[in-house]
Design a protein around this ligand. Structure first.
Ligand code: TYD
Length: 212
């Protein structure tokens, strides 16, 4: 990443219980230290705006039709892009988001079975730019681990939301879709072996900050 780069977008992804939340805050602080002249914006999906946070509360709690769920995820994302992500990138800031569109492909697509065709259409609609390109993160950390290990970790954490209550086969399908996405765009994805200890993962993330 050069000194005068124009914005940089990083997303963190993985199945629930993979451990991304343990590292994202510290990673943001480290980026801010490494690039002191650049604001680091920490955000999340679903959410990141007032409307998006209201949609998040519904999405994580209320049972709903699969198409409705996907549309609300992308509606929250549209608002997030318009209000937060694009303005920050245009101002040359670093944006770090806890999840982005890969999560919709993984959860609504892989996990719940929404067709790739519909997801591709929504992605094009919501992330399409005037010049015809698609807004995508420059870098995506995918915290990858088997569903059974993630399930054991989740059982020790706080009360589960709607998605966290899903069974092992759901999370295996979510994981496989994440891995499929990673294969189609290996330049953007950095796979983190999330079975490793938090210390080892943190060293890996630190070494990557230096190379950006
Ligand atoms: P998560 O990011 O894990 O936050 P927390 O650390 O507070 O649990 O929770 C968000 C949940 O929303 C997670 O289970 C994945 C799900 N989700 C989707 O199903 N589709 C999406 O497009 C996004 C962004 C998230």
């Amino acid at each position: 990443m050069s000194a005068q780069f124009s914005g940089y977008f990083i997303s963190f992804e993985g199945i629930d219980g993979a451990g991304k939340s343990t590292h994202i805050e510290s990673f943001g602080k480290l980026m801010q230290e490494r690039y002191p002249d650049c604001d680091v914006v920490m955000t999340r999906e679903p959410g990141g705006t007032q409307l998006g946070e209201q949609l998040r509360a519904l999405l994580l709690d209320a049972p709903m039709n699969l198409e409705t769920e996907a549309l609300l995820m992308f509606a929250a994302r549209r608002e997030h892009i318009a209000q937060v992500i694009e303005p920050a990138l245009q101002a040359g800031k670093i944006v770090i988001s806890d999840r982005f569109t890969d999560a919709s492909f993984a959860y609504q697509g892989g996990g719940r079975g929404l067709s790739l065709e519909k997801l591709n259409d929504l992605e094009r609609w919501v992330q399409g730019r005037e010049n015809g390109s698609l807004l995508q993160p420059n870098l995506t950390f995918l915290f990858d681990l088997p569903g059974a290990i993630a399930e054991a970790r989740r059982s020790k954490a706080r009360a589960p939301d709607k998605f966290e209550k899903m069974d092992l086969s759901f999370f295996e399908k979510v994981r496989q879709e994440y891995l499929r996405r990673a294969k189609t765009d290996p330049k953007r994805f950095h796979l983190v072996d999330a079975t490793q200890t938090p210390d080892v993962i943190w060293s890996e993330l630190q070494s990557l900050v230096i190379k950006l």
